[in-house]
Write a protein that binds this ligand. Structure first.
Ligand SMILES: CC(C)(COP(=O)(O)OP(=O)(O)OC[C@H]1O[C@@H](n2cnc3c(N)ncnc32)[C@H](O)[C@@H]1OP(=O)(O)O)[C@@H](O)C(=O)NCCC(=O)NCCS
Length: 153
């Protein structure tokens, strides 16, 4: 049984960090995932995720629990027309059990209800994540450097 809690990172960053502090990531995760994870947890670079530009409703985090245990999270930010998923991480112990899918489906469901498209970027080498995004209806739009841009309308 899984549940999802939502944090507004403008006001609840510290609380959110406490929740995700015990999650373990893999040595093989991409450098992007590792560095973003580091910034969130240790907070010496909060500007990376806190963005107050006009029209930006701020960054949020979903934390997912499996049988009461914190097992993954996603970070996203949105405007009226689009939602951008910045990061999805599931604890290495719980990968392959549908938690990543559940986190993404929640984002997608809310965006469909609000007529927003959903955008994300992923490292071209991250074939597992790309497979998951394609399965959920994301389509390739563009690439820059080593990153692929995907959208779900
Ligand atoms: C990507 C990630 C969030 C997926 O979470 P998850 O809970 O394991 O995913 P789910 O169990 O919901 O879905 C698994 C599906 O995703 C794909 N997938 C995810 N990771 C995969 C991997 N390492 N190898 C192959 N397929 C993978 C498969 O299509 C799989 O579907 P299937 O079981 O029907 O074949 C997780 O692997 C993770 O935390 N990775 C490290 C962080 C990361 O790279 N995030 C994405 C970039 S921001």
């Amino acid at each position: 049984m899984d549940t999802i809690k939502t944090y507004d990172l403008h006001t609840q960053l510290r609380e959110a960090r406490q929740e995700i502090g015990d999650i373990e990531i893999a040595e093989t995760d991409t450098d992007f995932v590792k560095s973003y994870w580091y910034y969130i947890l240790f907070g010496n670079y909060e500007g990376y995720i806190i963005d107050d530009r006009p029209g930006n409703n701020g960054y949020k985090m979903y934390v997912i629990y499996l049988n009461g245990l914190v097992s993954g999270f996603s970070i996203f930010h949105e405007t009226d027309l689009k939602k951008t998923i910045d990061l999805v991480i599931v604890d290495i112990k719980y990968r392959g059990h549908g938690l990543g899918t559940t986190l993404l489906r929640k984002c997608i469901k809310e965006s469909v209800a609000q007529c927003q498209k959903v955008l994300l970027e992923v490292h071209a080498d991250n074939t597992g994540a790309i497979r998951l995004y394609r399965k959920l209806g994301f389509k390739f739009t563009d690439c820059h450097g080593d990153y692929i841009k995907m959208v779900r309308r």
